[in-house]
Design a protein around this ligand. Structure first.
Ligand SMILES: [Zn+2]
Length: 138
C-alpha cells in the first residue's frame, strides 16, 4: 500500500513538474518573441534614422549647389536655369522622402496619424486633435 501511495505521489509530482516545465518553456518563447519584436523595431528605427541623416546631408548638398548657382547669377555669371531647375526638383523629391521617413519613424515610435486630415496625434488619443475624427489603429 505504501508503495502504491508513493507511486501516485511520484506520478502527480512528475506531472506537475512536466507542466511547470512546459509553462516555463512557453513563457520563455513568448518572452523571446517580445524581445525579438522589440529588436526588430529598434533595427527598423535605426535604419530609418540613418536614412534620415543621409537625406538631410543630401538636401544640404543640393541647397548649397542651388545657392552657388543663384549667387553666380547675382555676381554677373548667369547660370543655366535648367541646371537650377534640376536641382530644385531633386530637392522636392528629397524633401518628400525625408518627410515620409520621419513619418514612418514616428509611427514606429507609436504616433498616430489621422486618416482624414493627416495630423499627427499622440498614441493615447482616441480622436484626432485637429479634426475630431476617430483615429484608427492598424
Ligand atoms: Zn484629423
Amino acid at each position: 500500500m505504501a508503495i502504491q501511495f508513493n507511486k501516485e505521489v511520484w506520478s502527480r509530482l512528475l506531472h506537475r513538474t512536466k507542466k511547470t516545465a512546459a509553462e516555463a518553456a512557453e513563457a520563455a518563447k513568448t518572452g523571446a518573441a517580445i524581445v525579438g519584436q522589440k529588436a526588430e523595431e529598434t533595427l527598423a528605427c535605426a535604419k530609418l534614422r540613418s536614412s534620415i541623416r543621409e537625406l538631410k546631408g543630401e538636401i544640404d548638398n543640393q541647397l548649397k549647389a542651388a545657392g552657388e548657382l543663384v549667387y553666380a547669377t547675382h555676381k554677373g555669371t548667369p547660370s543655366d536655369s535648367e541646371a537650377l531647375q534640376t536641382i530644385l526638383e531633386r530637392l522636392d523629391a528629397l524633401n518628400r522622402d525625408l518627410s515620409d521617413a520621419e513619418r514612418e519613424l514616428k509611427i514606429l515610435k507609436g504616433a498616430l496619424f489621422c486618416d482624414v486630415c493627416g495630423a499627427e496625434n499622440a498614441a493615447t488619443n482616441v480622436y484626432c486633435q485637429e479634426c475630431g475624427q476617430p483615429l484608427s489603429r492598424l
